[in-house]
Design a binder for this molecule. Sequence first.
Ligand code: NAD
Length: 492
Amino acid sequence: MTRSAQHTTDLDRLEFFIDGEWAKPHGTDTHRVIEAATEEEFATAALGSVADIDAAVLAARRALDEGPWGRTTPAERAEIMHRFADALLKRADVTSEVVTRENGMPIGTSRALNGHAPAGVFRTYAEMIKTVALEVIQPSPFGATIVRREPVGVVGAIVPWNYPQMIASWKVAPALAAGCTVVLKPSPETALDLYVFGEAAREAGLPPGVLNIVTAGREAGASLVTHPGVDKIAFTGSTATGRWIGAECGRLVRRATLELGGKSAAIVLDDVDLDVFLGGIGPASFMNNSQTCAAQSRILAPRSRYAEVVDALATFTRSQTIGNPLDPSVTIGPMASEQQQRKVLGYIDIARDSDARLISGGGRPAGQDRGWFVEPTVFADVKNTDRLAREEVFGPVIAVIPFDDDDDAVRIANDSDYGLAGSVWTADESRGLDIARRVRTGTIGVNYYSLDINAPFGGMKDSGIGRELGAEGLNAYFEYKTLLASAEQLPK
Ligand code: NAD
């Protein structure tokens, strides 16, 4: 949605953050930001053009090649990153409320994941970089070899709208810790909130050009991917976009990390304690109204307890409170956009036309005439070949699929193009871990699913390439260089 006439509110973001300054756009495109729960316009944001991306990349390039950032010590970078985290925390309440209005995320989740978690990620990488040996000297047949880690260079960080703050921090924090410079491109759907990173950069004293922020759509985003001044693309988004970015980066021999979609399975074993399952399935399957890449949208249930599991899911979904996500008692908010609501309702129609059995939900909730809401919906008797079991819905629609025994459950879980996440629910943790080891996904939990920001996160198969978070997430921002020298360099 673009227009040239603008209305003004306190939340408007009509400038980009380039070279340490708030910069006027080269073009006139703007985006009307619509509140997901009310369908009312609540702010306007500038949309960047190819020229704005170009200015941001040039600033990042200059800061990398000529600026002081690459010559700072890890301890100096860490100090700035802690100040950056302080600045984010000071604004946490406002930021989380803005994201909730933008994308419909329940406010409690938003406070945790948009308000507080990004600061934690900055602090984690600030501390980690102080412990990393940037040069390791080892003996060689010719004397000594120094294996050195250098920043990968200028990073183009492209993020989606579902967890904008958190996913941006997974890229920006390790990149800054490693000594890289960054052009961050937020999604138009969440065009307002990420400029808080620009305010934090100024408050923390980050040198100009080290972090640049331009919200833009597809065309300008694509120009960031192929810009000759960029060394690495760090992307989170759909598998379709990720394939295109991966192909372009392959053609250009450009580094890329791709965090893509999922169709994860929760495997309920025959010894499950249904109370434990019901206590954990909310975060595992319905977090952020299921607009979550790791959402467990296939529930694999044993035939021996199939009816019980289906009933439990129906009870769970019917007990949810649907409404304005700014209300802390609400557990299911709206979809982020009309397009997203249409897509989710489309999958419900597809499932209704199949042999699957609708158990609960199945459309827009009664009494919500404004806002892009979809009822939490459960379909039973879904076949793993059905579209509902194969394609990412990105909304609160669950497919329950029966299985015969543990081997059959593992086979069905792995029979997916995706490999992002999953869970196993059982009274016997070691049995659960055995199953979890056989499922080909980047993360999998036993009796709960959550994120551990100190461990790698990412996908196998069509869910992506590379890992973010943990030490692996920092290594993705280094190039390795081998220096050949004499034995004099060896420690005495
Ligand atoms: P999307 O692929 O449409 O967009 C993601 C970002 O890429 C946005 O900023 C968008 O503007 C930009 N973009 C789109 N086309 C581009 C192009 N040609 N070149 C450069 N940039 C381009 O995805 P979305 O709808 O915003 O996000 C939802 C998807 O993200 C889901 O598939 C979800 O599973 C995935 N996701 C994955 C993870 C993960 O860690 N694996 C996390 C969150 C979301």
